[in-house]
Design a protein. Structure first.
Length: 482
């Protein structure tokens, strides 16, 4: 089929009816497994029992000496109770936040990895006859909460902290359960609080260090690390090693999480604020080209980015995403920058074109922008905003100009100056963007900011009240038009 399509394009090109080129289609690498998980109803039904089975496998059959509950009936009852509470709680969180199957797998998978690490620590302590205190000092208590807070959100992070604390109690000695519960909950909560709006990878490392410090203070409070012993020559080595272990564990957790984020973002098609900040570099090839070849569009994009970012912060949307997507939303104008008013000088090339042809050129910047974004492998959400930022709105200026020309032609036909065959057709479809309409809050905000900036720029003698009225008019027009 590819050869046949290429042959058809060659034939059309040889007749001057085609450029011979094929519009670029999306080449952004997409994980088909994750896509199928997001849509599959069966996967949605299977996630919870699989998680329950694996959680039981990790925790239900681990008994070492006098650790935990010798009564297996009580142990299994507790596991079932914790599982039921976790599933019900997360199901409620999932419905309220509209979390897809991929994120559910990420959350449950992170919890299982956390519990596996905890069990490995317990095994090493038993196998090497390490002091019992290391069961509380060695585990990466903030691992799963930190990962989920950064990638999914604070609610998922809090759920993760609560879940790993409850399940972890089943792996602890009876006398250590209370201390473990407190240390795990506090460490997880601190990790969630410190990474809720993290925007730099260094902040994740700093959060890991703070978690280590808080864990150290709790260990001292629970007398797992003795300040009196550390002052003596006989106890200094043991107690100092515990201090180093706690701090190193916190730092190592931050380092591991920071290193895993890019891989997890790629696998689950997520974009964190850290990645958005990295993508906001104005030295990107397309932005530099925009600055040189279409300076008016570049300035317009910067203003739209400022407006969209401020609006997103007010309504609780992703401000970093709005800023970055605004930078790139009009890159399609690079194809014919002189046809857009912000880049024009004294000569307007539209004066020599029909309104229909002018509208086609204006509308084409959306498809051209998508094509360029795919070619330069921009984030899929940026491509989505480029495609949606005009929705299916009308290019009103050229549409009204076309209607005026038609009315003039009708008058001239009535006067016998022109023939009926000379009457230009005005099809509203030729003046309407192909869409789709914005499908996310961020895309909608950028669409409104783009429209407001363009309209306010052409306003004569602008005042705050005039701009306020203009914004209300634009918003109401978008709402009524759908």
């Amino acid at each position: 089929m590819g050869f046949i399509d290429a042959f058809k394009r060659w034939r059309l090109a040889s007749k001057g009816m085609s450029s011979g080129k094929k519009r670029r289609t999306s080449t952004v690498s997409e994980n088909k497994v994750v896509d199928s998980m997001e849509r599959s109803v069966w996967m949605k039904l299977l996630i919870y029992p699989i998680f329950a089975a694996l959680a039981c496998l990790i925790t239900a059959f681990y008994v070492s000496g006098d650790t935990l509950f010798h009564g297996q009936g009580l142990r299994r009852s507790l596991i079932c109770l914790i599982l039921a509470a976790a599933v019900v709680l997360f199901y409620h969180i999932r419905n309220s936040l509209k979390i897809g199957n991929g994120k559910v797998v990420l959350v449950f998978g992170g919890i299982l990895v956390h519990l596996t690490l905890l069990r490995i620590v317990c095994y090493l302590c038993d196998a090497n006859h390490w002091p019992m205190d290391y069961r509380l000092l060695l585990p990466p208590l903030a691992f799963a909460p930190m990962v989920h807070s950064v990638l999914v959100g604070r609610y998922a992070g809090v759920f993760s902290a609560l879940s790993v604390s409850l399940f972890g109690c089943l792996l602890m000695p009876v006398q250590e359960i209370f201390q473990f519960m407190i240390m795990s909950l506090v460490a997880g909560s601190i990790a969630v609080a410190l990474t809720r709006k993290v925007r730099r990878r260094g902040s994740v490392l700093r959060a890991g260090f703070y978690v280590g410090v808080v864990t150290l203070l709790l260990a001292i409070t629970f007398d797992k690390i003795s300040l009196t012993e550390i002052m003596t020559p006989y106890g200094f080595a043991d107690e100092a090693s515990k201090v180093l272990v706690v701090l190193a564990c916190g730092l190592l957790t931050g380092m591991v999480v920071s290193g895993l984020l890019p891989a997890l973002e790629s696998l689950f098609k997520l974009t964190t604020n850290i990645s958005w900040l990295e993508m906001s570099d104005l030295n990107h090839k397309l932005l530099r080209k925009l600055q040189l070849e279409a300076p008016g569009t570049y300035h317009h994009s910067m203003v739209v980015a400022t407006l969209a970012e401020s609006a997103a912060e007010e309504v609780g949307a992703n401000a970093s995403m709005c800023r970055v997507c605004s930078y790139f939303h009009d890159i399609g104008k690079l194809k014919k920058p002189e046809y857009f008013i912000e880049n024009q000088g004294e000569i307007n090339p539209h004066d020599s074109l029909t309104p229909t042809m002018s509208a086609i050129i204006i509308i084409a910047h959306v498809k051209d922008g998508v094509d360029m974004a795919i070619k330069h492998k921009l984030n899929p959400k940026i491509i989505e905003v480029i495609r949606e930022h005009h929705g299916d709105s009308l290019v009103q200026y050229f549409y009204h100009k076309a209607r005026e020309q038609r009315l003039d032609s009708e008058h001239q036909i009535e006067e016998g100056i022109e023939n009926q065959d000379d009457l230009p057709g005005v099809d509203v479809k030729n003046f309407r963007y192909p869409g789709p309409c914005p499908t996310s809050r961020e895309s909608c905000i950028i669409s409104l900011a783009d429209c407001v900036e363009s309209a306010s720029r052409s306003m004569k003698k602008p005042t705050p009240q005039k701009i306020r009225n203009l914004i209300q008019e634009i918003v109401m027009d978008r709402v009524t038009s759908g």
